[in-house]
Design a protein around this ligand. Structure first.
Ligand code: J2J
Length: 548
């Protein structure tokens, strides 16, 4: 596939020889489970209560794949998925892959700016959307995007009457095409080809697409399903966006399916909803970002819920502070497993039998013996002394070698010998685990959701009232960080935060979660002594204001 950086042959050979890569596609591995655990419940929608067995889910995803093929989807065609946390997101995910296509895992809040960009950049042919999301007419969004993205032909809509030319996903799922067309006609992808395009956490003007191959992604979730010791007895709650690497493959939906467990998929991330669902479905495992755990720990009504079924919280996306980690066993009655994860592939896990101090104060060690990492001086790539602070670089059988169609950026984001430069500042713990201490990449981590400063700054600079701007993180007790925009106005202009955000939403059509939550007006930007924008000073400035 054009624009995909393959693993060098000597590494691929090694990964096969060591048994990491199985040369199976994701759907082949999923189909084995659909057959093996046929009558077990696989997925329950927390909102509708609908239950899918393994057999049913396998059959429905094949049916939808046959429809997609009949509608013209071809091997390696890209299809953007933007469905909120309801079963259709996973059915569409599997169906696109079964039809030989490559799903692009967009997030439900993304708007025209993001989806339009993904469509143009990837020449996507398909888009799967809800009719309405968070009061936004997604069908209108799709129609607008189609004007500038010539490749986009196939729009599937869930939960509403489709416009002319669009297709109702629910109707396709109800039409037994498999009685007319043999499933054997579906194409088979090469296991070394990209299976899924994930989204990068974002440090650049536009989000980068991350090609995960079948071989690397299958290994990814089979390996970490072991590390989390998943089994068919497990019931896992997922209320973070299902499209995320964490919810999909770490171990997430696919890891759980490989072991025969059941996922409870919820579209409501609040602590109350989580507690209600845990009680109702006797949830044993919860995939959550630290902000959700803090929300539950501090919830005034926690004692009203029976959370005794809960065995393990899997958490990552942002740092779990040790003070919070130490409260989990006494207050929630369960264990916690930390993962430092990246959609680019690297995964570090605390192990379930590590001593408490290691489980609570480190972010783990690599998931696979095939993973390589080093902690380096970012400018030179020289390894730092053990225990010293440095940037984390990673390479291995489930870490990409390059972003999709991004040759120029790849030259900076990867070392010449193929290490992914994470942008995270870490130090080595004496146990060999790592501890995340900060980052050098210019993004804001809002409760696990990454927001590229440059991306938002570019949108803000398009506002005619604005002369200059810089976005930085400001501390938040629950989410960890939120976006603060520092702005220098053009002479005689005025601006409030609601006015700025109205411009970003209505004119720039960006996702709501990226909006600045504070605006600071400045006469001039602070500069470092070499004349560069001083973001450290800006972060300090807003942190001090928040303390007063
Ligand atoms: C501190 N920072 C962390 C952690 C991620 C599992 C879990 C998370 C992600 C994810 C993921 C962190 N402590 N435990 O893909 O499979 C920050 C780091 C990292 C960035 C990656 C998964 N866990 N982070 O969050 O691609 O800064 O992946 O580089 O969205 O999140 O973000 P993302």
């Amino acid at each position: 596939m054009d624009g995909h950086v393959s693993y060098p042959p000597e590494f691929a050979d090694e990964y096969r020889k060591k048994g990491y890569w199985l040369d199976k596609t994701i759907t082949e591995v999923m189909d084995e489970s659909f057959e093996r655990f046929a009558s077990n419940p696989l997925l329950i929608s927390a909102q509708s209560g609908r239950v899918f067995t393994y057999r049913e889910f396998g059959a429905l995803s094949t049916r939808l794949a046959l429809h997609l093929k009949a509608l013209g989807l071809k091997l390696y065609d890209r299809v953007i998925l933007q469905v909120p946390n309801q079963p259709e997101v996973l059915l569409a995910y599997l169906a696109v892959m079964k039809a030989g296509g490559i799903p692009i895992m967009a997030l439900p809040p993304h708007q025209e700016a993001e989806i339009g960009y993904f469509a143009r950049h990837s020449d996507a042919v398909g888009l799967v959307i809800p009719s309405i999301f968070s009061k936004t007419d997604k069908q209108q969004m799709a129609a607008n995007i189609m004007k500038a993205a010539a490749s986009l032909k196939l729009v599937l809509v869930t939960g509403g009457e489709p416009r002319e030319g669009f297709h109702a996903l629910d109707q396709l799922l109800a039409d037994p095409i498999e009685e007319r067309v043999d499933a054997e006609t579906l194409p088979r992808a090469n296991p070394d080809a990209p299976a899924v395009l994930q989204l990068s956490g974002g440090t650049t003007g536009v989000p980068k697409l991350i090609p995960r191959t079948h071989n690397d992604y299958v290994y990814n979730f089979l390996c970490n399903a072991d590390i989390s010791r998943l089994s068919r007895e497990n019931i896992m709650l997922v209320a973070i966006p299902q499209e995320h690497n964490f919810a999909l493959a770490c171990p997430g939906f696919m890891g759980l399916v490989s072991r025969g467990g059941c996922e409870i998929l919820s579209s409501v991330p609040s602590p109350e909803a989580a507690m209600k669902t845990i009680q109702e479905h006797r949830v044993t495992h919860w995939t959550a970002v630290p902000a959700m755990i803090i929300g539950m720990l501090n919830h005034p009504d926690r004692d009203k819920y029976d959370l005794s079924s809960l065995q393990l919280i899997l958490t990552g996306g942002s740092k779990l502070n040790p003070e919070v980690a130490y409260r989990i066993r006494p207050e929630l009655g369960c264990d916690v497993q930390q993962v430092l994860g990246m959609a680019e592939g690297p995964l570090f896990w605390t192990r379930l039998d590590d001593p408490e101090e290691v489980r609570f104060t480190t972010q783990g060690r690599p998931q696979s013996p095939g993973d390589e990492f080093k902690i380096v001086e970012p400018a030179t790539g020289e390894e730092v002394a053990p225990g010293a602070l440095g940037e984390l670089w990673c390479r291995g059988p489930h870490t990409i070698r390059g972003y999709y169609r991004a040759a120029e950026h790849n030259a900076k984001a990867f070392s010449p010998d193929g290490y992914y430069k994470s942008g995270d500042l870490v130090r080595l713990h004496p146990t060999g685990n790592i501890v995340v201490e900060g980052r050098i990449k210019d993004c804001i981590n809002r409760g696990g959701e990454k927001i590229s400063a440059e991306e938002i700054e570019n949108h803000i600079l398009a506002d005619p009232r604005i002369d200059n701007c810089a976005c930085v993180s400001m501390p938040d007790p629950v989410l960890g960080e939120r976006v603060c925009a520092f702005v220098v106005l053009k002479p005689g202009r005025e601006l409030t935060l609601p006015e700025l955000n109205h411009f970003l939403l209505e004119e720039r059509r960006i996702a709501k979660f990226k909006l600045p939550e504070r605006l600071e007006l400045l006469g001039a930007m602070p500069l470092t002594n070499v004349g560069k924008l001083n973001k450290v000073a800006l972060r300090q400035m807003v942190a001090e204001k928040l303390q007063n």
